[in-house]
Design a protein around this ligand. Sequence first.
Ligand code: UDP
Length: 327
Amino acid sequence: MTTILVTGGAGYIGSHACKVLRKAGYTPVTYDNLSTGWADAVKFGPFEQGDLMDRARLDEVFAKHKPAAVMHFAAFSQVGEAMREPGKYWRNNVAGSLTLIEAAVEAGCLNFVFSSTCATYGDQDGVVLDENSAQMPLNAYGASKRAIEDILHDFQASHGLQSVIFRYFNVAGADPDAEVGEFHQPETHLIPLMLDAIDGKRPALTVFGTDYPTPDGTCIRDYVHVMDLVDAHVLGVKWLTDGKGSRAFNLGTGTGFSVREVIDHSRSVTNREVPFEIGPRREGDAVCLVSGSSRAKTELGWTPQRSTLEIMIADAWRWHQTGHYDR
Ligand code: UDP
């Protein structure tokens, strides 16, 4: 079986990627330092514990498993934290990714699938965000991901590294079998925090700002189901191993929902009240991030199956109720 090295395979998106890779006939090897991931989320292939900055350990893992491609998820990814501690984002995300890229190139592994973000676009009022939009990040998280995209371009020119760059919009939901799901410690994301408030694990959700220039005053995001997102990654590996070359793809649905709309949908999906309070804006948040691209559909053949708000919330709620969430 073809082996794929999955950095961050013990995390939310990486663990779902390992599940679909396994199902598609690949061997996913997780490389993760467990700083934010969970050993018990590594269920679908071998686990190699290690840090992105540890070049010797990376060399050892490349030599042992000889992956055909890398899927690189391992990163810090919280906007609020990035505003407070930008150095952490530049050091871990950029220097760590550079170390990984150099190790991959030296090992002769020239297919690289990279987890980037719509946060690289920044706040572009009224502009349709497609892959050719200017990348003007508002925070060190988005800036660190944009820098890694630049590194990938440079290594293509110098070493022939081929990359598929996926710019995610807001990833939500969980494996419908509830084998893996979303669990961050601390949690900062809207839907899991809302589910916590619904079942009393937190007193209330705080809505970060109701004075944005949107119809109901709250921020608008484009939510995409984690299973659909990782399906695109499997297509990305095939794209590269078929020799189609480097390409960037947005992964979003093209439909935006406000924070208030997400609250309303959660109320109807769970049939429970959503305790919430209004708070100030969160620094670094863009007003509206919605994908304006169908490139992933037309070129990769990506067909999202579960990316309605109802299904995403229902799948997240099912996972939430397994109790995995209480570890
Ligand atoms: N949000 C909120 N309260 C929270 C967490 C998030 O109002 O406790 C809002 C946040 O301001 C943004 C949206 O929900 O508009 C999605 O935020 P999240 O942190 O889930 O993802 P991000 O857009 O930062 O990647």
